[in-house]
Ligand binder design. Structure first.
Ligand SMILES: [Zn+2]
Ligand SMILES: [Zn+2]
Length: 500
């Protein structure tokens, strides 16, 4: 047994108790104390008046992809197209592919995407695959494009003068992303699991919700995870990311999806909007018909499986809410809580409908930090009025909806303290939430999404001893994003953090 003493243990239970010491037996918290007790025969660990919170939970990640991409070139470290090309030229290929990630033209001086000539200058002989920050566009050199052997009729091949110009979006981007990921062998994927786990633990995360699958029928990542899960320190809540409900039911899961795409993204102009984009014609894409989603939810309800989908624009969110409503009318006794990931553009009537249907939300406050507010991407693509309707945390909590926090890694880095900071400092003052509410998004609320509210997300008796030790109190400082993470405990075991 271990007695952790002399700290401020923020339980996040309903009384918001703050303990002075906790007793741990193997992986569980067995007692909590308001005053430091005298107990003999236990190992005592002095936490020197530090601030201890439940280990953070990131409720939506592309976990394997985060690990794989982190082995490539991080283009967010560059400020110009030319710097990005130079960095890519110096990047070592992984399983024969040069990988770049975190590309966002809005962050570059030139405010433009790559030309085909620039992409081909990186290499004539090694395939190059660059993923846009939002994962909804990618950039290829000629050898990569030829290797992909795309059917020329595929939607999303961008051309100039009838010739491919290096950019893929929509369906073509999805095919390319899957293809280049499939080139990474199992050994590389196992390294990716460990790499992503290390990135998460270093940021105080003890549990991640991870999509494992290819958004089609391939569950090999899930099977790989089953083989190595006991060796990974971090706890993974797996989401079988496929469309095959039967297969998922047979494997014994009661949850399907994660980023099953209802629409695309704002930055790629593929998120489905009720009215057109402010900076270009068109109002985005719905990837499937109303009847497709209705049947999907019907089948899921039949097997008693919860569905999680990616839905960003108001038109896409409404399409899903309508499908859920119709499926629930057929299964009148159903109390399944489906999950909408992102839920970014939401006028009031959408919030009210989501409340009626009791859906759970998994959102990314860092999106607002990167793209929200004056002069940033949301304003450019949505216009001044609609930016008052993005990532509406305050309005969501007011309606009693459950919202968990996530990074959507690789889209933004796994970093709950930055997420909490972003929710507290929402550029729209009407949608700011308190520090405690934001902390709950990444602890208690996230635990509830996976039905783990009785064993994860709090520091209390009977809970798993997953803890994050912080140098400063996030409830008492403004720069929550700058707080140093001192230590992390997972299953009662104190881990030494590397690179922090
Ligand atoms: Zn998504
Ligand atoms: Zn995602």
């Amino acid at each position: 047994m271990q007695l952790l003493t002399n700290g401020y243990f923020y339980s996040l239970n309903k009384n918001n108790d703050i303990y002075k010491a906790i007793l741990i037996d193997r992986d569980k918290i067995v007692d909590c104390f308001f005053n430091i007790p005298t107990i003999s025969d236990v190992e005592q660990i002095d936490l020197h008046n530090k601030f201890i919170f439940p280990g953070f939970i990131d409720a939506h990640t592309h976990f394997v992809e985060t690990g794989i991409l982190s082995l490539g070139a991080d283009l967010s470290l560059t400020n110009t197209v030319n710097d990005a090309i130079q960095l890519l030229k110096m990047t070592k290929p992984i399983d024969g592919i040069i990988i770049g990630y975190n590309f966002d033209q809005y962050n570059y001086d030139e405010k433009r995407e790559f030309t085909y000539k620039e992409l081909n200058s990186v290499s004539k002989t090694t395939p190059l695959f660059i993923l846009r920050k939002d994962g909804h566009s990618c950039y290829l050199n000629e050898i990569a494009f030829n290797l992909l052997k795309l059917n020329p009729k595929t939607v999303g091949i961008i051309t100039k003068n009838n010739k491919f110009c290096g950019i893929l979006r929509g369906q073509a981007n999805s095919i390319a992303s899957k293809f280049f990921k499939s080139q990474i062998k199992n050994d590389g994927k196992i390294i990716a699991f460990y790499k992503a786990a290390e990135l998460a633990i270093n940021k105080g995360v003890t549990t991640v919700h991870a999509m494992l699958g290819d958004a089609k029928n391939d569950l090999s990542d899930l099977l790989l995870y089953e083989n190595i899960k006991n060796e990974l320190h971090i706890k993974i809540i797996p989401y079988p990311q496929v469309f095959d409900i039967e297969k998922v039911a047979n494997l014994g899961y009661n949850l399907i999806g994660g980023c099953l795409l209802v629409d695309g993204s704002f930055g790629s102009h593929t998120a489905a909007l009720m009215s057109s984009y402010a900076d270009s014609p068109g109002n985005g894409v719905l990837y499937h018909s109303d009847s497709f989603w209705y049947n999907f939810f019907m089948n899921a309800e039949k097997k008693h499986i919860r569905v999680a989908v990616h839905s960003i624009g108001d038109r896409a969110i409404l399409q899903i809410l309508n499908a859920i409503e119709m499926a629930k009318q057929k299964h009148s006794k159903s109390n399944l809580q489906h999950i909408i990931i992102h839920f970014e553009l939401t006028p009031d009537y959408i919030l009210d409908k989501a409340r009626e249907l009791d859906v759970q939300l998994v959102m990314q406050p860092v999106f607002e930090y990167i793209w929200g507010g004056k002069g940033k991407m949301y304003e450019q693509v949505l216009g001044k009025e609609r930016i008052m309707q993005t990532n509406r945390f305050r309005s969501i909590l007011q309606r009693g909806l459950l919202v968990a926090g996530s990074s959507d890694a690789y889209v933004t880095p796994i970093d709950p303290l930055l997420g909490i900071y972003s929710a507290v400092n929402h550029p729209n003052p009407d949608e700011k939430i308190s520090k405690l509410e934001a902390l709950r998004m990444f602890t208690t609320n996230a635990a509830e999404v996976s039905g783990d509210e009785n064993n994860l997300g709090k520091i209390d008796k009977e809970y798993i001893a997953n803890l994050v030790v912080l140098a400063e109190n996030p409830l008492a400082t403004e720069r929550i994003d700058k707080i140093k993470i001192e230590q992390v405990f997972i299953n009662g075991m104190g881990l030494v953090l590397r690179g922090v």
